[in-house]
Design a binder for this molecule. Structure first.
Ligand code: SF4
Length: 170
């Protein structure tokens, strides 16, 4: 039975080799995208989930990598251990404790976390001619990422993006 402590440790201090392998998968996906060249017409509107009408989901390792790679770009560097606070650029919650509409890492229409963004962000394009390609590639990479959880004994969760981010604020 996996505990929250295990999950938090996996999020804040994942195995370095697992991060490396995930980075290799992201690089492989970048090459797939460069070959397929799907089109983006919406200039970040897809990151405003409620307006766009979809949701972003993420696995444990992707969330851990998001923290690691995103904070590599910050002056404070990556989190040192499981007790290191995660810095959010914008609030996660509204005053009524509902999630803000959209991703807190989108500022002035731009993603401020591109190096760490998860698979769903990387593969989503509003190009309707690329829908089946996206779905096939998502399933392929998600399967590879799931296998990394097994290989490195990382507790697997598949979570809506803001609910996943809320785990970082605990
Ligand atoms: S991480 Fe970046 S690409 Fe992904 S939803 Fe947030 S702002 Fe958009």
């Amino acid at each position: 039975m996996l505990t929250e402590i295990n999950l938090q440790q996996a999020l804040r201090a994942p195995p370095a080799r697992a991060l490396e392998k995930l980075g290799e998968l992201y690089a492989q996906l970048d090459r797939d995208i460069a070959i397929r060249q799907p089109i983006c017409n919406t200039s970040g509107r897809c990151c405003k989930f409620e307006i766009w009408g979809h949701r972003l989901y993420v696995s444990t390792l992707e969330l851990a990598a998001f923290v690691h790679f995103t904070q590599l770009d910050q002056p404070s560097g990556p989190p040192a251990d499981a007790n290191t606070a995660i810095t959010f650029p914008l609030p996660l919650y509204q005053e009524d404790r509902q999630f803000i509409p959209g991703c807190p890492w989108q500022i002035d229409g731009l993603c401020t976390a591109r190096s760490g963004r998860p698979l769903g962000c990387r593969i989503y394009f509003c190009d309707t001619t690329a829908e089946s390609w996206q779905q096939e590639r998502y399933e392929y990479y998600h399967k590879q990422i799931t296998a990394l959880h097994e290989a490195f004994e990382i507790p697997y969760r598949y979570m809506e993006w803001r609910q996943a981010l809320a785990l970082l604020a605990l």
